[in-house]
Design a protein around this ligand. Structure first.
Ligand code: ZN
Ligand code: FE
Length: 254
């Protein structure tokens, strides 16, 4: 089995360390910082093979150069971001496959948060590393893209298997859930989920990973086609993308 370790760093970031015990290869997704990654590698006597970046923001690439220098790993990121990913060695684009030992991940381009944002889908492991595109009950801010682009990106993620585990890059769940309740105050699954989320956060435990199935039921950015949502926003019969854009606009000022 592919080992997946979750490292909480900075205020609310998650770094993911992936390890294939058979080949001995390891990858790290979005190393915001290097030291905690180096410490885990050393504890486990793992060799870092590659860095997988989802996008160019410093809280996702801050550890790239130090990790590359200390481990000799390869930095993999989107081709369109080649001039702004520190240490980039290997370029990927939508549909490419990357391999870690006997495991492989498909690259899915998800513009919206940034123009070059990609996510990594390990289909056989049911694991999606989605950076700042999709959060538990939320969605990344539109820094370099339109709501239409982000909506298109969400449609790609919506098509993945329901059991896909959602490994996002930030612990934003509690605030996202509070916002979700303003969009859908009568969503019973959302209300039940928030009780569990609040219990986890009271104990400082992570709420990530989630599953796509949970997100489809509770994440307002996956629910723009729900009649309840459209009614609550007084947008009955509107195009789903327009509803999505309105939810994104409301979240910006929440
Ligand atoms: Zn970001
Ligand atoms: Fe981020």
């Amino acid at each position: 089995m592919l080992t997946i370790l979750q490292l909480p760093v900075l205020n609310d970031n998650y770094i993911y360390l992936l390890h294939d015990p058979d080949s001995g290869e390891s990858a790290v997704v979005d190393p915001a910082v290097a030291q905690p990654v180096l410490a885990v590698l050393e504890q486990n006597n793992w060799q870092l093979t590659m860095i997988l970046n989802t996008h160019h923001h410093s809280d996702h690439v801050g550890g790239n150069l130090e990790l590359k220098q200390k481990t000799g790993c390869t930095v993999i990121a989107a081709q369109v971001d080649q001039n702004r990913i520190p240490g980039i060695d290997s370029f990927v684009a939508d549909g490419d496959l990357i391999t870690l030992g006997k495991y492989s991940a498909k690259v899915i381009s998800t513009p919206g948060h940034t123009s070059g944002h990609v996510v990594y889908h390990f289909a056989n492991e049911n694991a999606l590393f989605c950076g700042d595109t999709l959060f538990v009950m939320g969605c990344g801010r539109l820094f370099e893209g339109t709501a239409e682009q982000m909506w298109q990106s969400f449609q790609k993620l919506k098509a993945l298997p329901l059991s896909t585990r959602i490994y996002c890059a930030h612990e934003y769940t509690q605030i996202n859930g509070r916002f979700a309740l303003t969009i859908e105050p009568d969503n019973q699954q959302l209300k039940q989920r928030m009780v569990l989320i609040n219990q986890l956060r009271d104990k400082h435990l992570p709420t990530v990973p989630s599953t796509l199935q949970q997100e489809l039921a509770t994440n307002p950015f996956f629910r723009e086609d729900s009649l309840d949502v459209q009614e609550n926003l007084k947008m009955k019969g509107s195009q789903p993308v327009a509803v999505f854009a309105e939810i994104r606009r409301l979240k910006d000022s929440f």
